[in-house]
Design a protein around this ligand. Structure first.
Ligand code: SAH
Length: 250
């Protein structure tokens, strides 16, 4: 299996230093099981100040990210070209009308107005050979990047962050743990929250008693059938109580 590839474009590549070198993700990248590449949007600027933003047409507070810089960055990343091949181009670079020899990879622009990110979308992305994540900052990205560059707009929830980096990290983690061979334990994702449209059942471990609280007897009974039934029932109870929308009768 070739390692799945994820490209991230951001003005804060250093932000990813922690997540990408820590724990399961860090190890998967170090071992070559995940091909994760972080690109600095500023490498695709033309001016001395390396500016990626400008004031909004029509006025208003804040700054908007420039479309030209984003287009140059996306075309270079899609086609594995160095910035020199795309920066300053006002037509697609030669031999690469968007993407040499094919359609562009799925390119997700992170934005509060996007399609809500769910386990279903994570599963969809886990089937892609590669995809690209675009992290906005300031007041967001020029609309023409939404139109010309993005194949999807994705939101991680109904709140507004400073930037798309936290959202990109959430997508990377959720997708990565679904790709067989990256997490190392391909069994566990099948059993957990959202897998069967339900939240996960409650989990317990040693010690058997803590602050006067024991564990449900069935879990120590050794009766695997009874354990499975108890878990299924608890998963249903929890889902009905907390997220009836997942059962389709919310
Ligand atoms: N003015 C914009 C918010 C800009 S926040 C608006 O009202 O919609 C700056 C950047 O953070 C965005 O461009 C986006 O990339 C990222 N971001 C903020 N909240 C997000 C969310 N809930 N999901 C995904 N990305 C988000």
């Amino acid at each position: 299996m070739t390692a799945p590839r994820i490209d991230v474009i951001t003005i804060f590549p250093a932000w990813f230093a922690g997540p990408l070198t820590t724990s399961l993700l860090g190890r998967a990248i170090a071992d070559g099981r995940l091909d994760l590449r972080v690109h600095d949007l500023r490498a695709f600027t033309t001016d001395r100040h390396r500016s990626v933003d400008d004031t909004p047409y029509g006025g208003g507070a804040g700054m908007v990210m420039r479309p030209d810089v984003w287009i140059w960055a996306a075309e270079a990343v899609w086609n594995d070209l160095p910035p020199t091949a795309t920066v300053g181009c006002h037509a697609p670079p030669e031999g690469a009308s968007h993407v040499a020899g094919g359609s562009r990879p799925r390119t997700l622009l992170l934005t509060p107005r996007g399609r809500p990110f769910t386990q279903d979308l994570a599963r969809e992305l886990a089937d892609e050979e590669r995809f690209v994540l675009l992290c906005g900052r300031y007041e967001g990205i020029d609309e023409r990047v939404h139109d010309l560059v993005a194949t999807d707009e994705v939101s991680i929830g109904d709140y507004v962050l400073f930037g798309g980096e936290v959202a990109a990290a959430a997508v990377i983690e959720a997708v990565t743990r679904l790709v067989p061979g990256i997490v190392g334990n391909v069994d566990s994702p099948a059993d957990e929250s959202f897998a069967g449209g339900l939240l996960e059942y409650p989990q317990y471990t040693r010690p058997a008693e803590v602050r006067g609280r024991g564990v449900p007897e069935v879990l120590t009974s050794g009766d695997h059938g009874a354990v499975a039934r108890w878990r299924e029932e608890r998963a249903r109870d929890l889902t009905r109580a907390r997220r009836p929308d997942l059962l389709g009768d919310g």
